[in-house]
Design a protein around this ligand. Structure first.
Ligand code: ZN
Length: 249
């Protein structure tokens, strides 16, 4: 994605399925849990635009492809924030490391072992850690859009730390991170760094509806991320209006 020409040949949000629980986990609050379901049938919508050589073909969501998309998603988030900081005369220090893991407790954050089926930003070490198997599963189920959202959200937590933003409730921190992820993606589309295919936005919206907290969860609970409606509102507020809508100042 990002500057890559290759990325333009593919649909960012193709194949986004609704029935998934996104676990954009976060240290400092609770950790999200989420188990991607078995890969569903690939959607056949979002045809390539005329002249675009390919969209992702069915059954080609290989691990190699995952790695490339993951790397693109990290790089594109880092590029976006570097440019944003530079525009305000500041130097942006990219998140220090991105750490894959496969086992419970293989990676710890501030002494707290990280569980499987999750991805987190750890402020204690300034790194993003992610369960590889879980991430690959979600990638296969949802598509590459998942990785760009996931990394956009976790990277936003790294930016919050750099800006010294610390809310009293995790839900505030989380909804702002969703807004920032939306701003990053929306701005990147507007600047032509990323390209969406027709219908992708609606698919993304449908996907976000499925990622909210359980309706019974109190908003003030440790680890709350927001209801589906709140998360969707935050994400698209950022997507449509850019960072000014995310309360960063
Ligand atoms: Zn988060």
């Amino acid at each position: 994605m990002g500057e890559s020409t290759r990325r333009r040949q593919r649909s960012l949000l193709a194949g986004l399925l609704v029935a998934v629980v996104v676990a954009a986990g976060c240290m400092g609050g609770g950790l999200d849990q989420g188990e991607p379901q078995q890969p569903g049938p690939e959607q056949t919508g979002a045809p390539a635009s005329p002249g675009a050589p390919t969209t992702r073909a069915e059954g080609t969501t290989s691990v190699a492809e995952f790695k490339q998309d993951f790397s693109d998603a990290v790089g594109s988030a880092a590029s976006y924030w570097t440019a944003q900081f530079r525009a305000s005369g500041k130097r942006f220090q990219p998140v220090r490391r991105v750490v894959p893991y496969t086992r419970d407790g293989e990676v710890s954050c501030g002494g707290q072992p990280l569980p499987r089926n999750n991805a987190v930003y750890c402020s204690a070490g300034d790194f993003i850690a992610y369960d590889v198997n879980w991430s690959v599963g979600a990638f296969r189920q949802i598509g590459d859009a998942f990785l760009f959202y996931l990394l956009g959200h976790e990277y936003a937590h790294g930016v919050q730390v750099r800006l010294g933003i610390r809310y009293n409730f995790t839900i505030q921190q989380e909804l702002q991170a969703d807004c920032m992820a939306g701003a990053y993606l929306g701005d990147s589309v507007r600047s032509d760094a990323l390209t969406l295919q027709e219908g992708d936005l609606e698919e993304f919206r449908e996907g976000l509806l499925a990622v909210g907290d359980d309706p019974d969860q109190p908003w003030f609970a440790e680890g709350s991320h927001g209801t589906a409606e709140q998360r969707t509102d935050s994400f698209f507020r950022g997507y449509e209006k850019s960072l000014g809508a995310c309360g960063l100042s």
